[in-house]
Design a protein around this ligand. Structure first.
Ligand SMILES: Nc1nc2c(ncn2[C@@H]2O[C@H](COP(=O)(O)OP(=O)(O)OP(=O)(O)O)[C@@H](O)[C@H]2O)c(=O)[nH]1
Ligand SMILES: [Mg+2]
Length: 290
């Protein structure tokens, strides 16, 4: 007979760019979800799994709340809605570095009506003065009947262990849903695609990051070939860069992480391709798993 453990899913909600994925990574003690300074980095639900002594906490990292503009963002919002079923609680993430305002209240309205405990994480408190943090905590406290409120820094790890304990406290007795050492539910090829997309997001700006997607063409013992999809010829020029400099840099940054993930060296081949209006193309979105 196995000893009973506490287990279950906590959904991670918040505006785009408040640090949800960074916080999920910190709570899981390793990289589960990609992170960037551009909003709408996370496009699909990703389970980050934190297994410890007597518990398995499954965090559902989600796209940020936003108004849908095309088939891609519509699906992203649908993902958010679908994730609010069969959860033990919500981790509502706010950024202490910005004004807590209408966007946060919109998310709060939704999550406080779900009938499960809501734990608020006031993120990005690193380098903020204590007085400023206290002020933001007061504003955050007005969002709804919260279960607990934790100031944290996903970046430095400050407050993260206490937050993890708090979330584990929400879980009922249950089974181990995943093997002890598993950290995410994403298939390996999707993780590889995400790592490449992360570097592409970091190295581009304006509307380009939103137009980028990555599709794995071959994931072999020696060769990894991926298509970096964009929507227009001018975006392609930007992502390729002068003499191929940008796409080369994407590869240089992604390769060590891919090799660490796969456990062996690879030749990484990136091909930048125009696929017009892929964000509105249901078949492409299906294939990308969005
Ligand atoms: N200073 C500081 N920056 C942070 C912290 N947590 C996250 N960030 C930064 O905030 C930006 C957004 O982080 P993400 O984790 O991608 O945010 P997200 O909420 O998942 O964003 P979406 O997936 O786009 O909704 C990145 O540049 C992070 O480095 C923190 O605790 N302190
Ligand atoms: Mg994210």
């Amino acid at each position: 007979m196995t000893t009973p453990i506490r287990s279950g899913i906590v959904a991670v909600a918040g505006r785009p760019n408040v640090g949800k994925s960074t916080l999920v990574n910190a709570l899981c003690g390793g990289k589960v979800a990609i992170v960037s300074d551009k909003p709408q980095t996370t496009r699909r639900r990703i389970f980050g799994i934190s297994s410890g002594e007597g518990y398995q906490l499954v965090l559902a990292d989600l796209p940020g709340f936003q108004r849908p503009r095309d088939a891609l963002t519509e699906r992203m919002q649908h993902t958010v809605d679908a994730a609010f079923e069969e959860i033990e609680g919500v981790l509502l993430v706010l950024s202490a570095r910005e004004r807590i305002g209408a966007g946060d209240r919109f998310v709060a309205q939704r999550v406080f009506s779900l009938g499960v405990p809501v734990v608020i994480a006031l993120n990005k408190v690193d380098r903020l003065k204590p007085g400023h943090i206290a002020q933001q905590m007061n504003v955050a406290a007005l969002l709804g009947e919260f279960h607990a409120l934790h100031p944290v820094s996903a970046k430095t790890g400050d407050g993260v262990p206490a937050l993890r304990d708090e979330l584990v406290g929400l879980l009922p007795e249950g089974p181990m849903y995943f093997p002890q050492e598993q950290r995410t539910d994403l298939a390996v090829d999707v993780q590889v695609a995400e790592l490449i997309r992360e570097k592409a997001l970091t190295l581009t700006r304006d509307e380009v990051p939103h137009a980028i997607s990555v599709e794995i063409d071959e994931l072999g013992e020696k060769v990894v070939r991926a298509f970096v999809l964009v929507e227009t010829e001018s975006q392609k020029q930007i992502v390729v860069g002068k003499g191929g400099s940008v796409v080369r840099e994407i590869g240089t940054r992604a390769r060590p992480e891919i090799e660490a993930l796969l456990g062996h060296n690879v030749f990484l081949e990136l091909v930048v391709k125009v696929r017009p209006r892929w964000r509105r193309d249901e078949a492409t979105l299906d294939r990308l798993g969005v």
